[in-house]
Design a binder for this molecule. Structure first.
Ligand code: FEO
Length: 175
């Protein structure tokens, strides 16, 4: 059984995961508007992954006898100054999400909620990967800043990121 405090905090995190999906879809749309289809594809895949994160929390709350009460999601930004500006924004956002996940883990420890603490380990590991993928993309964009065509090379590569809905659906149900 979840404590009221833990249930409230997990509900809050569901909102943040869906906000992340919204933010990355907004970034995808920005990239479509400047004809960087590979960046757009990468962001769309990222948005789907965030919805899966939200669903993992959703399923977990119900498995623990809690109740999900969806909250309002803020409008994300819709425009940025450059591709680098977008990815740096994404990196800062992931750093904020990491703090939120760490706060949840601390709360679980305070509440002696071992099941939630163990559940959160997946997200703690995932955040290392999330920060790393945005961080290395920032570095790569900076490297090609002076090289015409460099951005298009990265764009072609990012276009390879596919969305595997079958695996993701399985992943969403795994808590
Ligand atoms: Fe759900 Fe990108 O963290």
């Amino acid at each position: 059984m979840l404590s009221p405090n833990m249930e409230k905090a997990l509900n809050e995190q569901i909102k943040w995961e869906f906000y992340s999906a919204y933010l990355y879809l907004s970034m995808a749309s920005y990239f479509e508007s400047i004809s960087l289809a590979g960046f757009a594809q990468w962001m769309k895949a990222q948005a789907v992954e965030e919805s899966i994160h939200a669903m993992k929390f959703y399923n977990f709350v119900h498995e623990r006898g809690g109740r999900v009460e969806l909250q309002g999601i803020d409008q994300p930004p819709t425009s940025w100054e450059s591709p680098l500006d977008v990815i740096e924004f994404g990196l800062r956002h992931e750093q904020e999400v990491t703090k939120k996940i760490n706060n949840l883990a601390e709360l679980a420890q305070q509440e002696k909620d071992h099941a939630t603490y163990i559940f959160l380990q997946w997200f703690i590991t995932e955040q290392v990967e999330e920060e790393d993928s945005f961080g290395s993309l920032v570095e790569r964009i900076k490297l090609v800043e002076q090289a015409p065509g460099g951005l298009f090379m990265i764009d072609r590569e990012l276009a390879q990121r596919t969305i595997d809905f079958t695996n993701l659906a399985t992943e969403a149900n795994r808590t």
